[in-house]
Design a protein around this ligand. Sequence first.
Ligand code: PMP
Length: 425
Amino acid sequence: MNYTRFINARSASRKHSAIRLMAELLLKAPKSAISLETGAPNPNTFPFKSAVITTENGETIQFNEDLMKKALQYSQSAGLPELLIWLKQLQIKLHDPPTLHYPPSQGQMDICVTCGSQDGLCKVFEMIINPGDNILLNEPVYPGTIHALRPLGCNILTVASDEHGIIPDSLKEILAKWKPEDAKNPEKNTPKFLYTIPNGNNPAGTSLTTDRKKEIYELARKYDFLIIEDDPYYFLQFNKPWAPTFLSMDIDGRVIRADSFSKVLSPGLRIGFLTGPKPLIERIVLHTEVSTMHPSTFSQLLVSQLLHQWGEDGFRAQTERVTKVYRKQMDALLAAADKWLSGLAEWHVPTAGMFLWVKIKGMNDVRKLIEEKAMKKEIFVLPGYHFYFDSSAPCPYFRASFSLASPEQMDMGFQRLAQLIRESL
Ligand code: PMP
């Protein structure tokens, strides 16, 4: 792979700060080393001394004085080494990336920790995009992506999708205006990447099938674009076996995968991680050096202690426990939808995640119904226009989340909504 066309001038000009490099060297230096160079504050001045954090199953994570000093200090921009080691093993186990042993310049798999996956994705977009670049994605799409992409001035090519995610024929049709060799000519402006949420798409609740992923990956090879696999709902899949990920198919080193602990550990920790080819992950780490400097050391250490204590089995048990909760919640929302919205609306059963995407029948646009009438009746759902780049276009969909409400609230909420729909038709 030649990565030059995926690194814009701004990203290419990023350089390691010599001071950061020295600070990172110092972190690895023996205790006997004398440092008079660091700008790190003296941990003896920090107000927190120690902590014991109790987990849901009654186990404890101890932060003694030494660990607390480490948790409150600056740390490496790519992420804490002990956490990175654990994450690397996890990725190998789950995805067995073909690029694991490639030479670094040819796309060897690399990982960095980010402040949630949003931070990683935003930096990926900023690394690649120049104004006017073509990029591919399927709508409806997560609004965080819309708001990260819009200011970059790229040209969005919308790929059609259905209940199984992106339709490869639609992608083929869009790409047919180029020849494969056009990717070598910047003037041809061939798409630089395809962004997709392969599992439990937020908002549509859909997942891409294995066959479609394979076909899409082959198209990425043919037209030389990257695949950005934004997969925060990977661990919240309701059906087994799980489809293989794009990362697991990545023989070229053209996939950047964004993972998140927000849904399976907690979002306030702000811990996500990017897995992808080293030449690109390096650029992201350089960006981190000058933006957040690194994700919170305390959060990373807490997660690292937890994961090392749990081991992979413990982590899997946690993801299964969480998935069970959301499955039960989903069943309750589906029961409420069946009871009150049958005949008035249509939806697909979500395959992962925490959202139901509902289309109201016979209504061109639901904005007024939801933003004026439903809110007055104290039922809050998100009108579908939030999930499209052209938010002014009429949209008959809304997104209902099943993460927080009780079954009784879901039932009452859809009962109120059904009444409003009937009155509005
Ligand atoms: N991508 C998608 C599809 C999401 O739904 C979200 C969160 N709602 C994110 C990314 C960002 O998650 P994080 O908390 O890891 O930044």
